[in-house]
Design a protein around this ligand. Structure first.
Ligand code: GUN
Ligand code: ZN
Length: 439
């Protein structure tokens, strides 16, 4: 062991062991909070989480201690749904989903046929994720296998835990983005062979959404999933009313949008359905019974005018809800900004989001729903050393606000409403410092 493998960070520590529930007071045993804590990391893992004054006397004498008193360490944030290939079309004006796809998204994604462009944007995207404290994401690449190779290679170099996949489309998209049936599946299988389970990477089968796949392509994707239950699935579901009408027209043999995916065997415990705004309770129950999750993408839903997600209806049916940025439909990669938008959507529905529920969601909640909680999502011995050092006094106004806080809940809520990349003092992943804020 080299000396640099083992180090301790001294700071306030916050992590969740269970869902804190929706009330203002977290459920007993759900929150682990240490005001003066020590996070001991070694070989990319967490070795101990303790009161600093208890751990200090037991440390080997040459252990490096990084003093972050005044800062708050939480597990690395997880983004359950985001498109790296849309990074540069974030904030494109004035369209709703289907026009936005045609006018901005499809032209942009065609640029990812170019390997060098894909490599450059992969690095730019990962830099941005780390800047906002996100250490794991489930990522749409483009339909070009080179875009997936580039993204996985960049993630692997940095030792990041990432899920990603090649978009499958075999209709209703420009020729430069569509697969033929066999080619799309063959490319996916090659990418699975090269990347799934390599280091901290996992493959997510990625049929874009029902309108851009034929039934044959959806069935073939379901066939790949049946051959390996350790694969993930990511797609979109019931985001926009125009989309709903189109799906009903294209799939007259399905009684609703969800059944299109069910009939192809794509709904399972490792399936993430982005949005799910326009669902009824019966569909929510069917999703819950399969252990799938809905990715709530509030900044995207507001930006594209898609609708107000009903988080409570999902939770009442024990349907997993994850938090996601959905950039480039979303307007901010920051997990804290996503929570702010989720709070605002919740307010318009009479379902305000507590800071407990928000921070749980970004960490352990998302990890669990994505079946990644055996190694990320908590500050606990044996977990991967992925975490964020937050600065509750990052800006003059935030410092004023948090100085007035009477409780941790109040400080967390201020961070959730006012926080962005400026609050992320450092981001660590795989036991390595991967981002430090300037200044
Ligand atoms: N539905 C199908 N493709 C997309 C996409 O790229 N973004 C969003 N928000 N919805 C989609
Ligand atoms: Zn999306």
């Amino acid at each position: 062991m080299t000396k640099s493998d083992s180090r301790v960070l001294r700071a306030e520590l916050l992590s969740f062991d269970a869902d804190p529930g929706d009330s203002d007071t977290p459920a007993p045993g759900s929150v682990r909070h240490i005001a003066d804590g020590a996070l001991w990391i070694e070989h990319g893992r967490i070795r101990a989480v303790e009161e600093y004054t208890r751990l200090a006397p037991t440390l080997p004498p040459d252990t490096e201690v990084i003093d972050h008193r005044g800062k708050l360490i939480v597990p690395g944030f997880i983004d359950s749904h985001v498109h790296y290939v849309q990074l540069e079309i974030i904030a494109s004006y004035g369209r709703q989903l289907l026009d936005w796809l045609n006018d901005y998204t499809f032209p942009e994604e065609q640029r990812f046929a170019d390997r060098d462009h894909a490599a450059a944007l992969s690095d730019a995207f990962l830099d941005e994720l780390l800047r906002v404290g996100t250490t794991t994401a489930q990522v749409f690449c483009s339909s070009h296998p080179a875009s997936v190779d580039a993204f996985f290679a960049a993630s692997h170099r940095r030792g990041l835990c990432m899920l990603a996949g090649k978009v499958l489309m075999d209709r209703h998209a420009p020729a430069g983005l569509t697969d033929d049936l066999e080619g799309g599946i063959r490319d996916s299988e090659r990418l699975i062979g090269d990347w799934h389970g390599k280091g901290r990477l996992g493959y997510s089968l990625t049929p874009r959404f029902a309108p851009t796949s034929t039934r044959a392509q959806l069935d073939a994707a379901g066939g790949v999933l049946r051959s390996d239950a350790s694969l993930w699935v990511q797609t979109h579901l019931a985001e926009n009313t125009g989309e709903l009408d189109w799906v009903a027209e294209l799939f007259p043999g399905s009684r609703d949008y969800l059944e299109v995916y069910e009939q192809s065997g794509l709904v399972g415990p490792r399936s993430t359905f982005a949005h799910g705004i326009h669902l009824d309770n019966e569909m929510r129950t069917r999703l819950a019974e399969r252990g799938a999750n809905l990715a709530f993408c509030p900044s995207s839903n507001l930006f594209l005018g898609s609708g107000l997600f009903d988080r409570q209806a999902a939770r009442e049916r024990a349907l997993n809800v994850t938090f996601a940025s959905d950039v480039g439909g979303g307007t901010d990669l920051s997990g804290l900004a996503t929570l702010k938008a989720a709070y605002q959507v919740g307010q318009l529905r009479g379902q305000p989001l507590t800071a407990w529920q928000g921070l749980f969601g970004l960490t352990l909640g998302n990890a669990r729903a994505l079946s990644l909680d055996d190694h990320i999502g908590r500050l606990a011995p044996g977990m991967d050393a992925d975490f964020v050092v937050l600065d509750p006094a990052a800006t003059p106004l935030l410092a004023r606000r948090t100085a007035r806080s009477q409780s941790l809940a109040e400080t967390l809520f201020a961070l959730m409403m006012m926080g962005d990349d400026r609050c992320v003092a450092e981001t660590w992943a795989d036991g390595r410092l991967q981002h430090r804020r300037d200044g």
